[in-house]
Design a protein around this ligand. Sequence first.
Ligand SMILES: Nc1ncnc2c1ncn2[C@@H]1O[C@H](COP(=O)(O)OP(=O)(O)O)[C@@H](O)[C@H]1O
Ligand SMILES: Cc1ncc(COP(=O)(O)OP(=O)(O)O)c(N)n1
Length: 298
Amino acid sequence: MSLTSPRSIPNILSIAGTDPTGGAGIQADLKSFAAHRGYGMCVVTALVAQNTQGVREIHLPPVSFLRAQLDAVSDDVALDAIKIGMLGTEEIISTVADWLDTLGFRGELPEATGHDDAGARPVLVLDPVMVATSGDRLLDAAAESALIAFLPRADLITPNVPELALLAGGEPATEPAGLIAQARAVADQHQVVVLAKGGHLDDASAQESVLDTLVYPTQSGERAEEEQFRSPRIHTQNTHGTGCSVSAALAALAARGHSWSTALPVVKDWMTAALQDSERLDVGQGHGPIQHFAQLWR
Ligand SMILES: Nc1ncnc2c1ncn2[C@@H]1O[C@H](COP(=O)(O)OP(=O)(O)O)[C@@H](O)[C@H]1O
Ligand SMILES: Cc1ncc(COP(=O)(O)OP(=O)(O)O)c(N)n1
């Protein structure tokens, strides 16, 4: 998968919830797009009163207003990539799905937009946000099956260990083989590339390194393809927003023409630096944010 955009700086849209402390959600996405040389835009699905210690309250704007935001962007701007994060409810999921379908996500060509590259659909990365590190739910239980039905629209999904268990209908994996088996089941069932993130694994192999695996969907009879990427585990409690940031960075690099397999090592090196330099930030008393611009500011 690669994108042929006429733009040297790609246009990337985040559709997600907010984090007023700036570490996760839309705020993290915009920083990640900028760190990877993309022009970032955002449509808010949910206003979340949260900080580095947890979620306090969630306010959902009416879905008619969500659709108005989405249309305002796509009526005017040609999109190269979209990253979707917190969707919150079934109603929000179906509003975003209906809007995506107008952009050609059901195999139909997008309506004439007046953009130079009308006809090419944007790359779509879906981070299936369900539960925050703090344990707070960010997707209501009724919406889980709607999110599963949404998966085939995405080019890449980026679940963490508990999210992958929910998507695969099993218990959270405790070691890489179990995680990869769940990712294989989800990739094949929904015909989507799965990035199985191993940040939450705690087995012996996960003490000094973190394993992320790209699992590509197969048709029956085809050879299964997986690629494993390890990076050093950084021992810090500043991991708030790592998942949001990785999926946004991958969307930005895909918009610049990378394949998932060339983008992921770049993103993991960037994340390693961002986690290391998080110690230079002094933001909150819980799980602090990463330093998105560590490489740029060194
Ligand atoms: N302590 C860590 N050291 C290095 N990389 C990490 C660490 N924690 C998370 N990551 C990386 O950040 C990304 C998100 O990780 P993960 O914790 O699995 O998901 P989420 O943040 O969605 O819960 C993955 O690419 C993972 O490898
Ligand atoms: C608005 C919003 N979206 C997503 C998250 C979860 O962030 P994520 O990077 O997946 O993981 P943690 O921050 O929980 O590690 C969030 N907190 N808020």
